[in-house]
Structures are given as structure tokens and as C-alpha cells.
Design a protein around this ligand. Sequence first.
Ligand code: IPE
Ligand code: IPE
Ligand code: MG
Length: 236
Amino acid sequence: MFQKRKAGERILPEHIAIIMDGNGRWAKKRHLPRSAGHAAGSKNFKEIARYCNKIGLHYLTVYAFSTENWKRPKEEVDSIMDILRDYLKDAKNFKDENIQVKFIGKIEVLPEDIVYLIHDAEENSRDATGLKLNIALNYGGRDEIVTAVRRIVAEGLRPDEIDEAAISARLYTAGQPDPDFIIRPSGEFRLSNFLIWQSAYAEFWYSDVLWPDFKPKHLEQAIDDYCHRNRRFGGV
Ligand code: IPE
Ligand code: IPE
Ligand code: MG
């Protein structure tokens, strides 16, 4: 719930979501393969997640791979999956850092070894009490809603039992607050199928900085900006 604040007081959003975009352009600028951009993006993601935990943010959701990203050349997709494998093998560290990690998206269709590593990382960090980190992987907002509707039908709900809460409770983010603040670096002004249900009243923030260059100081600028927004939720 958004809290009213006194002048000059900073209240963090409860839930920040980031579309980690611009890895390819970052690599291109340096005459490197796109895979090098994804590696740099992954390194930056770890830094930003740590920073969010340090400042006491409750929820961070990052967009890592969309249901549409399979359209990319196989070589690029393979390199992203390899970076993910390395990250997951290392993800035990999140437990030590007190970060609770959860993957959202169609996980079960990913390569078997990755599914195993994901379950392991989630299990290992389950009791962490710090930042709750959602990693959106093979995630699509429309796919998420379709999956929720299928669940509703499979559970045999009557039409009068279907309301917004019933749908929210069947999304990957069930039980979590909606994102208050969505950040997209890299100069694009679109959601690209990210959290389309949950972002109904989210505030947006865009930046030309490419994701591997997006540092805690940029996040701080974004949060400062958020603190000056007036959220009305349809009221006055
Ligand atoms: C985001 O960076 C990472 C993924 C979508 C997996 P991009 O790879 O989309 O980078 P640009 O947009 O081509 O620069
Ligand atoms: C969105 O970025 C997906 C991720 C960052 C994982 P894209 O680069 O795939 O989005 P479009 O294609 O520019 O809309
Ligand atoms: Mg992109």
C-alpha cells in the first residue's frame, strides 16, 4: 500500500520491477558478441540485487528472458542459458546474502538441468528473510494470464467465483504485492509483455542507460523520482 509521506522523506517502493534491456547494444558498442553483453548484464543484475537488499527493498522482480526471446538465433539463446546455468550454480550465495529467490514464468519447459538448478536455488533460499527476488524467465504476461485461466477452469470455479482476486491468486506472483515502480533502461518505451496484469497502477521510469551500465546511482535517481510522484489510483 502506498504511504503518504512528509516533505523530504524517502519511502521506498514496496516492489520494484526492472526490464533488464540493452545487453545487445552494450556489446555492439564495444564490438563484442551479444553473449558478452548478456554476461555483463548478468554481472550487473547481481550487483543491483545486492544493492536492493542492502537498502531494505522488500520485492524486486527482474525480466531475464521472455516467452518471445526464443525467436533469437539459437547461438544467442544457448549463450543466455549457459550464463543462467553459471548463475544458478552460484546462487547458493543468495542464501548467504539472505535473499529469497523465486523464478516466475513457464519454467517446466526449460532444459531439465536448469529446472533442477532452479528448484535447488529456490529451496536453498526459502528461509531467507531479506529481499524477495523474482526472476522472470521464459515469462510472458499473456502466457501467465492464460495459465491462470486454465487453472480456474481446471478447478471448476463458477462464473460468480471469478473476480480480480481469483485471477491474481493464480498468477506466478500470487500472494505478492503488485509492482509499484517499473524501470526500463535502454531507451525503449514499452512493457514487452512484462507483468501486464500486475502493472495496472505501476509508475514507470525510463532511461537511455544500457542495462550493463545501470548502476546503483541510476537506481537511486529513479527512486528519488518515484518519491515525488503522486499516485492517485483513480481517486483525487
Ligand atoms: C536484454 O537485452 C536481454 C534479453 C532480452 C535476454 P537485449 O539482448 O534485448 O539487448 P538489446 O535490446 O538487443 O540491446
Ligand atoms: C524484453 O526485452 C525482455 C527482457 C529484457 C528479458 P526485449 O529486448 O526482448 O524486448 P523488445 O523486443 O525490444 O520489445
Ligand atoms: Mg532488447
